[in-house]
Design a protein around this ligand. Structure first.
Ligand code: SAM
Length: 355
């Protein structure tokens, strides 16, 4: 007998697993009541574990130099139009000082794969931040490095590491990346990070060129297997100076459904409603939270470099000071009945709850 949409949702919630057929049904349906049910269930799970609160992370985009040439990304090395910049340690510490005043207790240091930032420089930066703000968590998002480097960052005091796997399907990985990059190494990095003890995040773009229900199914199975503490997903958005500049963007609807599904498959996950989601729809981040997300990452980067960290076109908030972004986030979350937490916002241990 064919299952109803609600029955599928209930079964996934119960089993924390799904079949490919169920995924195809969840993503392809036009049953709007069913989708509301899916989002409501995901929201309920998130609230049971984390309450009606949203964690904020102060995002510092500290370099847009990158040695990689990913076909989708606006800061890829072949994009001659990207105006390159890197922040000094002092500038980064200034961002943290502003962020701390504004109530941020996690700083996310994100950048391209920039050889200037050697292990010694990264470790120095981590130590300097931790010395000033021992009550804050540091998240790194600086791409693929050797295990020894990850270990050094961890030993220096970094707490979390975000490295989207981008796609768990080999062929799809080859569509998105040049041949010198491999899914095998990306996964090796993720497992190393997890073993070392980082709270680790994987993730992918929704609607990236070549993505299918099959590749998404593999993404979800990787999440089930890796059990990351964080998963970052957001719509793919074209950037005009990249090989994918003319490709279609991912959609709001698909991203919201996938956020909800991920919350059901892996309840304790820290799940951001991303800037890309806020870029495709004015209420994208609020809708993300109402679909089971529980993190937002306002920008702490100096305003004069914001425009230059252009992974995709039309990125929001590029002209707003950190304080404006912080207030705007709080207002937006309050309007949907959520509070912004002034806390590190670590992942609740899988054993501490029964969702
Ligand atoms: N270099 C680090 C890395 O590889 O993880 C971090 C920076 S990278 C720019 C951060 C993320 O931006 C990528 O993992 C990718 O998923 C996302 N991204 C890049 N280009 C994008 C685009 N055109 N649309 C949406 N997201 C994009």
């Amino acid at each position: 007998m064919k299952q109803s949409y609600r029955q599928i949702v209930d079964e996934i919630r119960e089993n924390r697993d799904l079949t490919k057929e169920q995924l195809i049904c969840l993503l392809g349906t036009e049953d709007t009541d069913g989708v509301e049910y899916l989002r409501g269930q995901a929201r309920e799970i998130a609230q049971k574990i984390y309450g009606k609160q949203v964690f904020i992370r102060g995002l510092i985009e500290f370099t847009n130099y990158c040695k990689n040439d990913c076909y989708y990304c606006g800061i890829r090395r072949s994009n001659r139009k990207a105006e390159r910049y890197r922040l000094t340690q002092e500038q980064i510490l200034d961002c943290c000082a502003t962020g701390y005043e504004l109530g941020f207790r996690t700083f996310v240091l994100q950048g391209g794969e920039d050889a200037y930032f050697t292990d010694a420089r990264i470790c120095g930066m981590i130590r300097a931040i931790k010395e000033r703000y021992p009550d804050c968590a540091i998240t790194l998002s600086i791409g693929e490095r050797e295990r020894e480097s990850y270990q050094a960052y961890y030993d220096a005091g970094a707490d979390r590491y975000l490295l989207r796997h981008e796609t768990a399907d080999e062929t799809h990985y080859g569509i998105l990346h040049p041949p010198e990059l491999s899914l095998k190494n990306r996964k090796r990095c993720l497992y190393d990070l997890k073993e070392i003890g980082f709270q680790t995040g994987c993730g992918f773009m929704v609607g990236s060129p070549g993505q299918t229900a099959d590749t998404l199914y593999e993404d979800l199975q990787l999440i089930r297997e890796l059990k990351p503490q964080m998963v970052g997903i957001g719509p793919f958005l074209p950037q005009k100076d990249t090989p994918f500049g003319q490709k279609e963007a991912g959609t709001l609807a698909m991203t919201l459904r996938l956020l909800a599904i991920i919350r059901m498959l892996h309840p304790p996950v820290l799940l951001p409603a991303t800037t890309a989601l806020g870029t495709i729809h004015p209420k994208g981040r609020e809708l993300g939270i109402l679909s089971g997300a529980n993190v937002v990452m306002p920008n702490l980067s100096p305003v004069d470099v914001r425009e230059k960290y252009k992974l995709y076109d039309n990125k929001i908030c590029t002209g707003d000071e950190a304080a404006e972004c912080r207030c705007c986030t709080e207002r937006r979350m309050n309007r949907i009945g959520y509070a912004v937490a002034i806390a590190r916002g670590d992942c609740r241990d899988c054993l501490q709850y029964d969702a």
